[in-house]
Design a protein around this ligand. Sequence first.
Ligand SMILES: NC(=O)c1ccc[n+]([C@@H]2O[C@H](COP(=O)([O-])OP(=O)(O)OC[C@H]3O[C@@H](n4cnc5c(N)ncnc54)[C@H](OP(=O)(O)O)[C@@H]3O)[C@@H](O)[C@H]2O)c1
Length: 221
Amino acid sequence: MQKVLVIGASRGIGLEFVRQYREAGAQVWATARGEHCAAVQALGATCWELDVADATSASSLSWRLDGLNLDAAIYCAGLYGPDTAGLEPPTQADFDTVMHVNVLGAMRLLPAMAEGLKPGGTLAVLSSVMASIGGRSSTSGWLYRASKAALNSVLKDAALALQGRALCVALHPGWVRTDMGGPAASLSVQDSVAAQRRVLAGLTAQDHGGFLGPQGEAIPW
Ligand SMILES: NC(=O)c1ccc[n+]([C@@H]2O[C@H](COP(=O)([O-])OP(=O)(O)OC[C@H]3O[C@@H](n4cnc5c(N)ncnc54)[C@H](OP(=O)(O)O)[C@@H]3O)[C@@H](O)[C@H]2O)c1
């Protein structure tokens, strides 16, 4: 039976990963903030309360994962932050909140997530095409873009550190109809997650350290 961990599963893409992996018969562990574990547990997953922006809360993951031998661990938690168009400076509070969830949380949790994997398991982070510097043609949401570019850097270092032990990828889920993506987005959350699950299932050694879109296509860094 496949064993999967989803970090940030209260709603949106994270919750849909839990739903689809459970439907496929996988054993699923997930984390969510506050009161949201009930929705995750209703899908038959084990859920732990965890705020990725809180050091004490995040430190609980390591012992929980001891001996699980996961096939895959996915960091989904994310925040968009201020909806800017140009070079509006973020407030200190917005900067800290977005960077803590999108970057610091991943830096705190990825080592424990990697330790929880079986040899050759998959470690994935939910990045965004908006992180891409090579493909950039807009300045919208520059704090979010900066945070996801930093997350990509974190993933790349994880890939170097875990070479030969895990397959590490940054995933762009497409533009998805969730609270973050909004109602005008092009993909349903069901289709996005189904596509990402296909990408994860089809990963090979060549994909290690890659930045991949919902069809498995390489995205420029
Ligand atoms: N939707 C898109 O079009 C799109 C496109 C590119 C990339 N992404 C990325 O995909 C991931 C999931 O996005 P989504 O569309 O599902 O967004 P969403 O519906 O806004 O959900 C965001 C998730 O992140 C969790 N989260 C935020 N701060 C957290 C914290 N401090 N501790 C724990 N969990 C926290 C939220 O939990 P709470 O319910 O507790 O707030 C929620 O589960 C994000 O990383 C996002 O950047 C999304």
